[in-house]
Design a protein around this ligand. Sequence first.
Ligand code: IMP
Ligand code: MG
Length: 178
Amino acid sequence: MKTLINEQQLREGVDRLAKELRSHYDGRPLTIVGVLIGSVVFLADLIRRIDLPLRLELVQARSYRAGSTRPGPLVLNIDLLSSDIRGRDVLLVDDIFDTGNTLWELVPQIDELGPTSVRTAVLLRKEGRCEVDLQPDHVAFEIPNVFVVGYGLDYQDSYRNLPYVAELEPSEILEPIP
Ligand code: IMP
Ligand code: MG
């Protein structure tokens, strides 16, 4: 495993993103909707740097089959949303934009609930993997097409607690990445 983005760089990236969001929303109240589970570490750091009146909500997305780096069928659960987002500005926050399918499916589901706006922010965007006609509105870091773990991201449910983002070497992965 080798470090791709260290703790200092993560702090700087999250800070940059928080500034971008503060200036975009310009004092307007915001509902941040984190996508479980991968976004939780990023989310916790990000919201503490955003000086806006904000509400925090969660939804769940699962696409990676256990024991695999290949996505399985995408399962979304927005029932965890507890407050009304009608008429609010919503920012969906996810850990990584890979194929883009998660946000591609989530955005319209959130939009149906009648928010004023829906934007998206991700910690990482993986190069050359996008399969959809959508790009995240805010990206903290662009990364090459490698499998990464740490700072919330997992491989087989492990490594989420690493304080940095690391690249898994092919020998550490139990199957070839497509
Ligand atoms: P997408 O729908 O393909 O954009 O992928 C979104 C989800 O796949 C992310 O929220 C992650 O949970 C997972 N994922 C994609 N690439 C990686 C990776 O390199 N490491 C860990 N999880 C990943
Ligand atoms: Mg995820």
